[in-house]
Design a protein around this ligand. Structure first.
Ligand code: PMP
Length: 426
């Protein structure tokens, strides 16, 4: 059934570390071999052996309207005929910046980069340059890309592979990264007190997606906002997953909390390599060439990537009903899965907001990394493989959010719910 995928994986391991170009693809946490994909269309992925999957990953978030969304593909095809990169400014970059500003709150100035990692790394540098301070607070189980300073108690693949300390990160760098448990406002207060006057930024996934999906408790983000205001700390919302996914204005809009700087990623490239960081004018004016905080990129604002993201974002802006439809589908899935799990007597906690959802096999609430890690991980592995064998592609780790795309039909959701029941009845 996976003959060709398996042969490709053997071959890949001869020339690519672990056979993959990003660790979360490697199925390390769930066991078995990764599936090699050849095509995506709408809600479905197709592998090298011709198997079809209902996809709940959506390329880890960006494909909000499904794979190979026709207007995006057409726009790319048209644009690429004029060349792939100029290394000089284009009007499209202004249009993209203006579109983002018209959708996202608190973005006066925005700079394009090529990945979420670059966006978060640059935002921290700007916060440090602006405040003249070195330390920052992040949260256990949140992932902000693979820049050195973020690989301390990181979520996503770092949590999946259970790497306690990443070799190659110098102590000098790591000591400026302070870590608190997600949803623990007291811990943040304590860190700020202990390191008074030295903290440049607090960076957070306003809805976490890298330890499963975890919602901020009421008052948690508001409390952080207040601390930042009182202490002159720059509040950075990492909206690489939530931006333009939870709503047109991202988590800032959905949760009604203002950040000082925001980072965006994959979503704004519609599956092309794009990221961005932006925010309040006063802070963003420290970025070169206006200010001295240097940040650059040969391929930043790449025309092909820009047109892909622009086309998707414009559609999301013009059709806000997309968010309602997506949310209804995700709530339907959450309800259906919850009913089935209750019926078969399986302890579970389902976290969901907008089109982000995760299912944890545990009777306790999942509110931070330690509660996520205390769920039944081996049961998740068996569940993952059963669904995969039946044509449903979940993230291959319990420490990842599922992302719904609007090409999913209710029949796809029903199939997923039915298969869940079948698995637990066995
Ligand atoms: N921040 C968050 C919240 C993410 O989920 C990710 C990637 N999953 C990143 C940053 C890093 O983005 P990239 O992989 O594009 O570097």
């Amino acid at each position: 059934m996976y003959t060709r995928s398996s042969a490709l994986f053997s071959r890949a391991q001869q020339s690519i570390p672990g056979g993959v170009n990003s660790p979360v693809r490697a199925f390390k946490s769930v066991g078995g071999e990764p599936i090699f994909m050849v095509k995506g269309k709408g809600a479905y992925l197709y592998d090298a052996d011709g198997n079809q999957y209902i996809d709940y990953i959506a390329s880890w978030g960006p494909l909000i309207l499904g794979h190979a969304y026709e207007p995006v593909i057409k726009a790319i095809q048209q644009k690429v005929l004029d060349g792939t990169s100029f290394g000089a400014p284009t009007e499209l970059e202004i249009e993209m910046a203006e579109l983002i500003k018209s959708m996202a709150p608190n973005v006066d100035l925005i700079r394009m980069v090529s990945s979420g990692t670059e966006a978060c790394m640059s935002a921290i540098r700007v916060a440090r340059g602006y405040t003249g301070r070195n330390k920052f607070i992040k949260f256990d189980g949140c992932y902000h890309g693979h820049a050195d300073a973020f690989l301390v108690k990181a979520g996503s693949g770092v949590a999946t592979l259970d790497i306690q300390q990443v070799p190659g990160i110098s102590e000098a760098v790591a000591q400026d990264t302070l870590v608190a448990a997600y949803n623990d406002l007291d811990a943040v207060q304590q860190l700020v007190k202990e390191h008074k006057g030295t903290i440049a930024a607090i960076i957070i996934e306003p809805v976490a997606g890298n330890m499963g999906c975890i919602l901020p408790k009421p008052g948690f983000l508001e409390g952080i906002r207040k601390i930042c205001d009182e202490e002159g700390i720059v509040l950075i919302f990492d909206e690489v997953m939530t931006g333009f996914r939870l709503s047109a204005g991202g988590a800032q809009q959905t949760l009604n909390i203002n950040a000082d700087l925001v980072t965006y990623g994959k979503v704004i490239g519609a599956g092309m390599p794009v990221g961005a960081f932006g925010g309040k004018k006063e802070i963003m004016e420290s970025v070169a060439p206006l200010g001295k905080v240097y940040q650059a990129g040969t391929l930043s604002g790449n025309p092909v990537a820009m047109i892909a993201g622009y086309t998707l974002l414009k559609e999301l802006k013009e059709n806000p009903s997309i968010y309602k439809e997506l949310e209804e589908k995700t709530a339907y899935l959450a309800k259906g899965l919850g009913e089935v799990l209750t019926k078969v007597g399986q302890a579970h906690t389902i976290n969901q907001l907008g089109s982000m959802i995760s299912v944890h096999f545990a009777s306790h609430a999942i509110t931070d990394f330690s509660t996520a890690a205390a769920a039944d991980i081996s049961l998740f592995k068996a569940y993952f493989h059963f669904l995969l064998s039946k044509g449903v592609y979940l993230p291959p780790s319990p420490f990842e959010s599922w992302f719904l795309n609007n090409a999913l039909s209710y029949a796809d959701l029903d199939k997923t719910i039915q298969l869940t029941e079948e698995f637990f009845q066995k």
